[in-house]
Write a protein that binds this ligand. Structure first.
Ligand code: FAD
Length: 434
C-alpha cells in the first residue's frame, strides 16, 4: 500500500471538529493532515444554492450559531467582521390549535409553559440521578402545553424521542442566549472561514486505524494508501463509529465502546416545499408555524415559512418519525409534510404547493453520518466525557459534537471546542513522547 504522508497528527474527518483541530495544530506549526471521506469539507454543515429558493443557499444541516454568547465560532465570525443577525429579530410565531390560530392568552400560556417545563425537570433531577425527558410532562398533567414543549425539546431540537433521551443530558445541553445567522449562510462560512488554509485530503475514507504502536504511533489505512502519524484525532460521528465504519486495531477499550453505544445518533429531517401561487395563508415572513401537541411521541412537524423572501416552506421533524420517513423515501416525506400543512392551514395548501419543487435531506441515510447528532440515553450523560478520554496516553483521541460535555453537545460550537481540545492534548502527548 503506498504511503500517503507522515505527519505529527492525523485528523479523521473535515467537519467542524476536524477543522477546529487543524486550526489549532496549524497555529503552532505542528504537521498534520485531515483525511475526509467525502468530496467536501464541513460535514454536517453543508449548504447548496437552490436557484428556486433565491439568493440564500439551502442549509441541509446546521443553520444557527447557537448560544452565541458562549460559542467560540460566533466569536470567530464577529472577529472576521461577518454580518450576524439574531434569529429572534426575524422570527414570527404562529401556533395552531383545534384548526385555528392560538389566541393571545393561549400564546402567553404557551410561552410560560417553557419555564414551567424547565422547573419541573429541575425538580425531577433533584431527587434522581436521571430520568427520561418524557417524564417531565407526566408531572405536569394539567399543563395544556407541556407536550408541545416536550415535542420541541425532544424530537425537534435534540433529534431524539422524549422517551429515549436522558433528561440530565438534555438539561446540560439546553440552548441558551442568542441564535445567530451568518450572512451568506453557515455552510459558506465554514468553507470560507473555518476551512481556510486547512490541510485536507478529500475523498480519502479511513478504513482502519492501527494504534498503540511504538511511542504511541498510529497508522491510518485508506484506499489510496497509508498515513503514519504520531497521534490521531478521530472526529467522525458516533453513527459511523457504531456502524464499524472504521476498524480499530487493536479494538477500542470497553469504556470507549460503551460510550459510543450510549450516544446514538438522533434523526432530523427537513422537507422543502416550493409554493407555486401567491397565497401565503396570512403568515408573515420568517414565520415559525407549530401546533399544540396532544400526545407524547406523536409525529410533530414544525414549519419555517417564507424565510428570506423565499416562496417556500421548510418542514422540520426529528426523532424516530424523521428516521422512518427518511428511510421510506423522499416521496413519503413530501406527502407527510403536505398532509401536516393541510391539517394546519386547510385544503388551500394543495393549490399553493401544486407542482412545486421539493427537497428532502438525508442525514440518516448517509453512511458518512448515520443521523443528525448524538443524544445520550438515560443514565449515560457522562458518556460524552468518557468518549473524549484520551487513549494510548493521548495518541488516539476522539472529538466531535458528541464529545462536548459542557453544554454545547450536538452543536457547531461544541464540535469546534472538542477539536481544539483534542489537538492540545495530542500536542502534549507528542511533547511527552519526544
Ligand atoms: C439537520 C441538522 C440541523 C442542525 N442544526 C444545527 C444548528 O442550527 N446549529 C448548530 O450548532 N448545530 C446544528 N446541527 C449540528 C451540527 O451540524 C453538528 O453538531 C456539527 O456540524 C458536527 O460536526 P463534527 O465535526 O462533530 O462532525 P461531522 O460534521 O459529522 O464531521 C465528521 C466528518 O467525518 C467524515 N467521515 C465520516 N467517516 C469517515 C471516514 N471513515 N474517513 C474519513 N472521514 C470520514 C464525514 O464525512 C464528516 O465530514 C445540525 C445538524 C443537522 C444534521
Amino acid at each position: 500500500m503506498p504511503r500517503l504522508a507522515d505527519v505529527d497528527v492525523a485528523v479523521v474527518g473535515a467537519g467542524v471538529a476536524g477543522l477546529g483541530a487543524a486550526a489549532t495544530l496549524r497555529a503552532v506549526g505542528v504537521s498534520h493532515l485531515v483525511l475526509e471521506a467525502g468530496a467536501r469539507v464541513g460535514g454536517r454543515v453543508h449548504s447548496t444554492p437552490l436557484p428556486w429558493l433565491g439568493e440564500t443557499p439551502f442549509e441541509h444541516g446546521a443553520v444557527w450559531l447557537h448560544s452565541a454568547e458562549r460559542n467560540p465560532v460566533a466569536a470567530i465570525a464577529e472577529a472576521q467582521g461577518d454580518a450576524l443577525t439574531d434569529a429572534a429579530s426575524l422570527r414570527q410565531e404562529c401556533t395552531m390549535l383545534d384548526g385555528r390560530p392560538a389566541t393571545e392568552a393561549e400564546l402567553r400560556d404557551y410561552a410560560a409553559a417553557w419555564p414551567r417545563f424547565h422547573a419541573a425537570a429541575e425538580a425531577l433531577l433533584e431527587d434522581r440521578a436521571d430520568a427520561r425527558l418524557c417524564e417531565v410532562a407526566r408531572h405536569l398533567p394539567d399543563d395544556p402545553w407541556a407536550l408541545s414543549v416536550e415535542a420541541w425539546e425532544g424530537p425537534v431540537i435534540a433529534a431524539a424521542d422524549a422517551d429515549a433521551l436522558s433528561l440530565r443530558d438534555w438539561r446540560t445541553n439546553v440552548l441558551t442566549g442568542s441564535d445567530l445567522l451568518v450572512q451568506g449562510g453557515l455552510g459558506a462560512f465554514v468553507r470560507n472561514r473555518l476551512a481556510q488554509g486547512a490541510a485536507v485530503r478529500l475523498r480519502t475514507p479511513v478504513r482502519t486505524i492501527r494504534w498503540g504502536g511504538p511511542r504511541g504511533g498510529v497508522v491510518l489505512e485508506t484506499p489510496a494508501g497509508t498515513v503514519s502519524a504520531r497521534a490521531c484525532i478521530v472526529t467522525v460521528s458516533t453513527g459511523v463509529l457504531a456502524a464499524g465504519g472504521i476498524a480499530f486495531k487493536p479494538a477500542l477499550p470497553a469504556p470507549t465502546q460503551d460510550a459510543i453505544a450510549a450516544l446514538p445518533m438522533g434523526a432530523a429531517l427537513k422537507v422543502v416545499l416550493e409554493a407555486t401561487d401567491a397565497d401565503r395563508f396570512g403568515l408573515p415572513p420568517h414565520c415559525s408555524l407549530d401546533r399544540q401537541a396532544r400526545t407524547s411521541g406523536e409525529p410533530f412537524m414544525v414549519f419555517q415559512c417564507w424565510q428570506h423572501g423565499q416562496a417556500a416552506v421548510q418542514g422540520w421533524i426529528g426523532g424516530s418519525a424523521a428516521r422512518a420517513l427518511e428511510h421510506e423515501g423522499d416521496a413519503a416525506a413530501v406527502d407527510f409534510a403536505r398532509s401536516q400543512l393541510r391539517a394546519l392551514l386547510g385544503s388551500g395548501v394543495d393549490a399553493t404547493f401544486a407542482g412545486g419543487r421539493t427537497l428532502v435531506t438525508r442525514w440518516s441515510r448517509d453512511p458518512l453520518f448515520g443521523g443528525a447528532y448524538a443524544y445520550a440515553v438515560p443514565c449515560r450523560s457522562e458518556a460524552r466525557a468518557e468518549l473524549a478520554v484520551p487513549l494510548a496516553d493521548g495518541h488516539l483521541l476522539f472529538a466531535g459534537e458528541a464529545c462536548h460535555a459542557d453544554g454545547l453537545a450536538g452543536t457547531v460550537g461544541g464540535a469546534w471546542i472538542t477539536g481544539q481540545n483534542a489537538a492540545r492534548t495530542a500536542m502534549l502527548a507528542l511533547r511527552r513522547a519526544a
